[in-house]
Write a protein that binds this ligand. Sequence first.
Ligand code: C2E
Ligand code: CA
Ligand code: CA
Ligand code: CA
Length: 279
Amino acid sequence: SKELGGNQFNFYVTEMNQRTERRMLLESKLRCALTQHAFTLHYQPKWDSQSLRMTGVEALIRWFDDEEGFISPAEFIPLAEDCGLISEIDDWVTHRACQDLLSLYGESEPQLSLAVNLSPALFIKEDVYRRIARTLEETGFPAHKLELEVTETLVVSEVGSVYEQLSKIRNLGVEIAIDDFGVAYSSLSRLKQLPLNTLKIDRSFIQDIGTDPNDEVIVRTIIDMAHNLNLKVVAEGVETEQQYQFVKNHLCNQVQGYLFSKPVPLCELAVLLRQQDQA
Ligand code: C2E
Ligand code: CA
Ligand code: CA
Ligand code: CA
């Protein structure tokens, strides 16, 4: 057509091709990464908002490629979902994170709870319950110290088995948190139906505390609503003292963000833990 004529159309096609090439390159690298153990985990602490004691950590995957450098999970997790590699990756993460945390405590039971992110794509094809049960069995990690973070998109999805799978996982003693809460507009009735423990308020709302009164109302409303439903609330992406004071004053249970700590390798987490135990 006229609108897509000439140079503009060529530009469009070139950009499409570049994007497809990048995807294909990353996809083949991703397959190699799995077999060559190119992934590592970082751990970002969660703190009790009143006492500022570290009460848990979230495992976040890291991928270093020799040519590309660090590739963000925000880029490769969606790709892994598309090309069917996500279950292998999330299995590896859960397994490794359980082992890592156990290794910090020797013979005694971990004091920190451990959160891992599970892709909503897993719930479509996989028996997530069996995978989690097997990981707990194989690692000996205490179920009540494990927390699964699933995004709000899973809550609004039409996957029929979500309720059943989450219930079976809850019956193991494992906790369930809804991640990125507030962006997918899940309904209250849907939230009430699912066996949840925690809501994590999406970072985008926390970021604008102090600059956008609308976001402050949203944050306050989410906290009140969650507490009325007997759910704990975590504020993620807390970067400023002002944001922290706001969520603390509104009785948000836990906080997480660069203000307190970035995600760190296991050895640095061990140092943070030792400092806390000595304090
Ligand atoms: P998420 O689960 O919402 O994780 C929070 C992201 O925000 C992390 O990015 C974290 O490093 C970053 N973050 C934490 N505090 C702050 C802060 O104060 N300010 C800012 N600007 N950012 C902060 P990361 O590690 O790049 O992960 C991005 C996303 O990739 C995660 O979002 C999660 O959805 C996904 N992801 C990461 N690891 C895994 C994994 O093992 N499995 C699956 N399925 N997804 C993962
Ligand atoms: Ca998360
Ligand atoms: Ca999040
Ligand atoms: Ca805003």
